[in-house]
Ligand binder design. Structure first.
Ligand SMILES: CNc1nc2c(CCNC[C@]34C[C@H]5C[C@H](C[C@H](C5)C3)C4)c3nc(N)[nH]c(=O)c3cc2[nH]1
Length: 373
């Protein structure tokens, strides 16, 4: 807990790093996985359960909250932390990514993005300035620049023009963010899969100066191999002494590969969203609990896991409550998946601090079967 925002790099092992981000609302151990709280809730989880999984920070959702119940109402009610009963750090995305993926009838100009709400069809206008205002009203501890994330595949000209627009929006975001001690503003690198464009983007962001830097524009359909190729150079283009946040990633092996390449923070809907559909991530691979072969299985999901689902219930029970569509099904599997993702992060933090990341990574990959187990 500090009055200001700072990043303390503790140890490195190859390109992998471990450290602590100090914020007034609490410390964030890195590498960190950030669960996603879409509409002011991590679906199927109480906030104290999210904390119990080991999460130090969670994601709020600018796009959803600006539409319902609106940022102004959350501000009047004391801000997002009080509203959702989470007193640790919250990072909010800037809203642009979701506009492009969720809303219809959207129009992109130099000024910003105009779109119709997917909830009630009302018209909205998002600009760097409005995005900073919304994230400030929410009370977010880590604010993301308003950017444009182009869908891949896209031609180089489109990628370049989009990156250059995002860099102009990054300057406007910085100017509108103002001076908020203890709160951070993160820039977002764009440039698709192009090393030179990403280099120019990183230079533009460095010149503006941010408290942290995100690698944006990835996990948009390029595939793991292409993503890792970008991650082989992109983190090194960013300041070494600031946190590096890879947006929207990912599956367990994506996360491990990203940390190996110098990433400090990640977020993904996967563990919570797939938990609700019956997909469990375990140290031996993925279990689809709705599969009939689990109906009589008295064993836990993962005998080595200490989460409530694995400590107190059989696969047969989890199979039953999913088939019966009981609410506890999503609760138990979401808790398990978030617990497992945090275990991966804790394992990497310890291994990097001990200079044993390579051994940890070998053990991580050795245990994983392909397909359903
Ligand atoms: C999945 N791949 C991917 N995601 C990406 C995101 C969103 C990160 N998650 C935040 C988010 C997004 C949605 C879903 C939840 C809640 C809320 C709305 C905030 C996580 C991104 N966000 C921004 N601003 N810029 C990107 O380039 C970007 C690239 C991504 N590539």
């Amino acid at each position: 807990m500090t009055a200001t925002f700072s990043f303390d790099l503790k140890a490195t092992d190859g390109k992998a790093r471990t450290g602590v981000i100090n914020t007034p609302r609490g410390d964030i151990r890195t590498p960190a996985f950030m669960p996603v709280g879409t509409a002011a809730t991590v679906k199927a989880m109480m906030p104290e359960s999210v904390a119990a999984t080991g999460a130090d920070i969670l994601l709020g959702n600018t796009y959803h909250l600006m539409l319902r119940p609106t940022a102004e109402r959350i501000d009047r009610l004391g801000g997002l932390h009080q509203f959702m009963n989470w007193d640790k750090p919250i990072l909010t995305d800037s809203g642009g990514f979701q506009v492009m993926s969720l809303s219809d009838l959207r129009k992109l100009t130099e000024e910003g993005v105009t779109f119709k709400s997917h909830i009630d069809g009302s018209r909205h206008h998002l600009t760097p300035e409005r995005s900073m205002e919304i994230q400030k009203l929410l009370g977010s501890d880590i604010v993301m620049c308003f950017d444009e994330c182009p869908a891949l595949p896209a031609d180089r000209k489109r990628i370049q023009e989009s990156m250059e627009l995002s860099m102009r929006w990054a300057q406007r975001s910085r100017d509108a963010f103002g001076d908020r001690p203890g709160h951070a503003l993160f820039g977002i690198q764009q440039g698709g899969l192009e090393e030179d464009l990403r280099g120019r983007s990183a230079e533009a962001l460095r010149a503006i100066e941010f408290d942290g830097y995100a690698v944006g524009g990835l996990a948009v359909g390029e595939g793991q191999e292409a993503m890792f190729k970008v991650l082989d150079f992109a983190p090194d283009q960013l300041p070494v002494d600031k946190p590096r946040y890879l947006m929207g990633v990912g599956k367990p092996d994506d996360i491990v590969g990203a940390v190996k390449r110098g990433i400090d923070m990640m977020d993904c809907v996967l563990p919570s969203r797939s938990g609700r559909t019956g997909q469990a991530f375990t140290r031996r691979g993925v279990v689809n609990i709705k599969n009939a072969r689990h109906a009589d299985d008295p064993r836990p999901l993962d005998a080595e896991c200490t989460c409530p689902a694995c400590s107190n219930y059989s696969r047969a029970y989890l199979h039953h409550v999913f088939r019966a569509q009981e609410m506890i099904s999503g609760m138990l599997l979401t808790w398990h998946n978030l617990h497992y993702f945090q275990e991966i992060m804790a394992g990497m933090r310890t291994a990097i601090a001990a200079g044993a990341f390579a051994d940890w990574e070998a053990d991580f990959h050795a245990g994983r079967a392909k397909g359903d187990i």
